[in-house]
Design a protein around this ligand. Structure first.
Ligand SMILES: *Cc1c(COP(=O)(O)O)cnc(C)c1O
Length: 403
C-alpha cells in the first residue's frame, strides 16, 4: 500500500467554496445556472433525488395507468429509492458490455405499454445515448428522464444535456461539482411539462425549517473542510475506517436512507450557490483541459480502458472512470491506491440488485454486464489539487499491477 499523506484528495472534483461565497445575496442560483447553460428555466429542489421524485410524480399524474420506470442496473442507489418513494415499480436494464449505456436489446425487452419513463444516465460526466432511449420511448409511449446528476455542464452538439429527453435533472450534492451541500435542478424542454413540474413541487414539497437549518450547517462544514487538509478528516479517515471494517458500501457513501426528505431550499443556500456559480464555467473548462492532458497518459497503459464521450459530445470531468481487464487486477490496484489519499476510489460498489439493504425495493435480476462494470471499474479524481506527480504515481501503480 502506498504511504498515506497529510493531505487528502477528494474522489471527485467539486468546486471549492470561498469564505466570500457565504455572504448573503440574491437567491438567483437556478436562474444563473440556466443562463450559463442556455436552458429554459431550471427548478431548484432540495436534492437530485427529490428532483427525480417530483419528475416521476408529475409524469405519473399524466399517465396514471403506467407504473414502470426503467433504469440502468449500474447507477446510484438513490435512483431506486426515488422510484420506490414515488410509489412506482423499478425495472432494471442491463448495460452494454463494458459501457455505461443501457444495452439496446435489453432496453427494448424491458419496455412496453406499462413503462412510464426510461432514465438514460450521464454517468461520471460522460454523455449517455439518449437517442436510443427516445427511440424506444416513442415506440411504447413512455417518457425519457435524463439523469444528469453527475453531468452539470455536459453538452451534446453544443446543447446542455437534459434537453433531448422530456425531463432532465442535475445534482448539487456535496462533491458533485457545484454544491449547496444538497440540491437538485430540474429541467423540461416543453413549457407545459415545466409548468406541471412546478405544480407538482408546489403541491408535495413543504417548507421544513429544521431540514433547511441542518443543510445550512452542513454547507458551512463543507465550505470549511473541502480542502486537502480538511478532507482527510471529513472524507479520508471515515473511508479508511469503513474499509478496515470491510464495508465498502459505506466507504463510498452508497448506504443511503430509504426515504429522502422533501423540503424547499432557503434563500441563503441559494445565494451561496449563486456566488460560487460565477466560477463554474472557468472551473469546468479547467477540469476538461486537465482531463484531456491526462487521458493520453492513461491510454498508454496496456489493459486500461478509459471511458470517453461519443462523437459530438463534450462531457464534464469530475473524475476519470476506468475499466481494468478483470476484478482481480482492479482489486490489486485498489489495494495500493484506495487508502492512499490520492483520490482513487470506486463509483458505485455494486449493480443495483447486489446491495443487501435495497433487497426489498430492487428486483432480483441477472444483470451480468452491470455486475462486470461494478467489478472492473475504478475512478481517479480529476480534482485540480491532484498534481502531475500524484497522477504519475497513480499511473505507475496501475502499470505495476497490469504487468
Ligand atoms: C448522486 C446521484 C443521484 C442523486 O442525486 P442527489 O443530489 O445526491 O440526491 C442520482 N443519480 C446519479 C447517477 C447520481 O450520481
Amino acid at each position: 500500500m502506498l504511504p498515506r499523506r497529510s493531505h487528502e484528495l477528494p474522489p471527485t472534483a467539486g468546486l471549492p467554496l470561498r469564505l466570500s461565497d457565504l455572504r448573503p445575496g440574491a437567491a438567483t442560483l437556478a436562474a444563473d445556472i440556466a443562463a450559463q447553460l442556455g436552458t429554459p428555466p431550471l427548478q431548484l429542489e432540495c436534492s437530485g433525488t427529490a428532483s427525480l421524485l417530483i419528475a416521476l410524480t408529475a409524469l405519473h399524474e399524466l399517465q396514471p395507468q403506467r407504473r414502470r420506470v426503467v433504469v440502468p442496473a449500474f447507477t446510484c442507489p438513490l435512483v431506486a429509492i426515488a422510484v420506490q418513494q414515488a410509489g412506482l415499480e423499478l425495472q432494471l436494464c442491463d448495460l452494454r458490455a463494458g459501457h455505461y449505456d443501457m444495452d439496446p436489446v435489453a432496453l427494448r425487452a424491458a419496455c412496453d405499454e406499462r413503462t412510464l419513463a426510461i432514465i438514460p444516465t450521464h454517468l461520471a460526466g460522460r454523455v449517455a445515448d439518449v437517442d436510443d432511449a427516445l427511440a424506444v420511448a416513442n415506440n411504447v409511449g413512455a417518457y425519457v428522464i435524463e439523469d444528469a446528476a453527475q453531468a452539470l455542464g455536459a453538452r451534446r452538439a453544443g446543447v446542455s444535456v437534459g434537453l433531448a429527453g422530456d425531463i432532465g435533472f442535475f445534482s448539487l450534492a456535496a462533491g458533485k461539482g457545484l454544491s449547496i451541500y444538497e440540491g437538485g435542478l430540474l429541467l423540461a424542454r416543453d413549457p407545459k411539462l415545466h409548468e406541471q413540474l412546478a405544480r407538482t413541487a408546489a403541491r408535495i414539497v413543504p417548507h421544513r425549517f429544521g431540514w433547511e437549518w441542518k443543510r445550512s450547517i452542513e454547507l458551512l462544514g463543507y465550505a470549511a473542510l473541502y480542502q486537502p487538509r480538511g478532507l482527510r478528516l471529513a472524507y479520508g479517515n471515515p473511508l479508511r475506517r469503513a474499509l478496515r471494517r470491510g464495508d465498502p458500501v459505506s466507504a463510498v457513501g452508497d448506504d443511503f436512507p430509504l426515504t429522502i426528505p422533501l423540503h424547499r431550499v432557503g434563500r441563503w443556500r441559494q445565494a451561496v450557490g449563486a456566488h460560487a456559480a460565477t466560477r463554474l464555467p472557468a472551473f469546468l473548462d479547467q477540469l476538461s483541459a486537465q482531463a484531456q492532458r491526462r487521458l493520453p497518459r492513461l491510454r498508454l497503459i496496456d489493459g486500461i480502458e478509459v471511458l470517453d464521450d461519443p462523437a459530438g459530445a463534450q462531457g464534464t470531468w469530475p473524475f476519470l472512470l476506468l475499466l481494468l481487464p478483470d476484478q482481480k487486477r482492479r482489486d490489486a490496484a485498489l489495494a495500493q491506491l484506495w487508502q492512499a489519499g490520492l483520490g482513487v476510489s470506486r463509483l458505485f460498489i455494486h449493480a443495483l440488485p447486489d446491495y443487501a439493504y435495497l433487497a426489498d425495493i430492487v428486483p432480483a435480476q441477472d444483470v451480468p454486464h452491470a455486475r462486470d462494470f461494478a467489478a472492473r471499474s475504478l475512478s481517479i479524481s480529476n480534482s485540480p489539487w491532484m498534481t502531475d506527480d500524484d497522477f504519475e504515481t497513480i499511473c505507475r501503480t496501475l502499470e505495476a499491477v497490469l504487468i
